[in-house]
Design a binder for this molecule. Structure first.
Ligand code: CP3
Length: 342
């Protein structure tokens, strides 16, 4: 990473260093809220667009140009490395990832992976195109954490209850751990490719870990996420770890090896920091639904989040989860300006 990127407000805040202004980016900032995104994606499937470095580059740059955010996030998806490792899946618009043959047995697990770096050569290429285009704006790489990836593979698609996932976790713990061990290796390879190509930080999304108690998270999930985050300890880039509904898991998620813990909108940042401890920065946590309220409310709530962020060792402003597709993009631009000038 160049000196400029190390000195960026985003990387400094992630490391808990003083910053000239609070850095801000948005989960799902590249996506359906932007008309230019909808235009370029017309007629191109989601997975196909993730495999085309020209499209990945353009889509990743769109929110940086429009909003002036402090970081870009690579346009991809958490299931891209699974598809690259041979899993038959698709990303269905309005639904999410759908797996043709869900993983349920030891034979299914034995067929999964490994991922070779050359399987995701298009990701390496896209990052190498993006880094010079972005200049002083850092690029965030990302991957899905073993639990969240396992939930899609076992359920066969999105789930509200994670019944089949939990049935394997509790009923066949050896099989569960074998699956997550393979997923951790796939994820580690995917993140190492992105770091090798030049990303300035990585985010490990365990979006659905909030379905678990702390005890079960520690027993069934933490060791596998720790394998991923620990495997990147010497990579020299900040590691962000995020999930939704994780109020009781924040401490454990930090212990998994994160430098920055992502917090959803349910937990005030100052309270999150008392749970996570004084040696980690936090990221978040404006409720994405607040962006549909009048601007006065958005501004008031954003200032509250900023004030709470002052009581943490480092604050990267973000939403508490991804941008909703129906969000007015002008509100996002205005929010970036507010965070920069508040
Ligand atoms: O801007 C960014 O944040 C980068 C792009 C990004 C996408 N997916 C693009 C995408 C990122 C970081 C992800 C991660 C991802 N994918 C997560 C973790 C983040 C989170 O939201 O908790 C998860 C759980 C997935 C799985 C997934 N993929 C879902 C639930 C969906 C939404 C389904 C839908 O259509 O509403 C997808 C598809 C997807 N991934 C879209 C985008 C822009 C929408 C598809 C489209 O635009 O056609």
């Amino acid at each position: 990473m160049t000196t400029t990127l190390q000195d960026s407000a985003f990387v400094r805040a992630a490391r808990g260093l003083p910053v000239p202004h609070t850095p801000v980016w948005f989960m799902r900032q590249a996506g359906r809220s932007l008309p230019e995104y909808r235009k370029i994606r017309a007629g191109v499937g989601m997975l196909e667009s993730c495999r085309r470095p020209d499209l990945v580059t353009e889509i990743t740059l769109q929110p940086v140009r429009r909003h002036g955010v402090d970081a870009a996030i690579l346009f991809s998806d958490i299931v891209v490395p699974l598809a690259a490792a041979g899993v038959d899946l698709d990303i269905v618009a309005g639904t999410g990832p759908v797996v043709a043959e869900p993983i349920r047995t030891a034979a299914d697990v034995a067929r999964l992976g490994p991922l070779e770096p050359s399987d995701v050569g298009y990701v390496d290429e896209a990052v190498r195109l993006l880094v010079p285009e972005l200049g002083a704006t850092p690029l965030i790489g990302f991957a899905g954490a073993p639990f969240t990836l396992a939930s899609y593979l076992i359920e066969g698609g999105p789930s509200r209850t994670y019944l089949k996932t939990k049935a394997m976790m509790y009923g066949e713990p050896d099989l569960w751990h074998a699956l997550c061990t393979r997923l951790a290796e796939i994820t580690l390879t995917f993140l190492r490719v992105q770091i090798g190509a030049g990303v300035s930080a990585v985010q490990l999304f365990d979006s659905w870990a909030g379905a678990l108690s702390e005890a079960d998270y520690r027993r069934y999930v933490l060791p596998h996420s720790a394998r991923v985050l620990g495997g990147l300890a010497d990579a020299g880039v900040p590691r962000i770890h995020f999930g939704v509904g994780t109020a009781v898991l924040l401490k454990a998620m930090g212990e998994a090896g994160a430098d920055v813990v992502g917090v959803d909108w349910r937990t005030p940042l100052a309270e999150a920091t008392t749970l996570i401890g004084p040696d980690k920065a936090v990221q978040g946590n404006l409720d994405p639904a607040i962006l549909f309220a009048p601007w006065e409310v958005v501004a008031r709530e954003a200032k509250r989040v900023l004030a709470e962020g002052k009581a943490t060792p480092g604050h990267v402003f973000n939403l508490g989860h991804g941008v909703m597709p129906e969000t007015d993009p002008d509100v996002l631009t205005r929010l970036v300006d507010l965070v920069h000038t508040a």
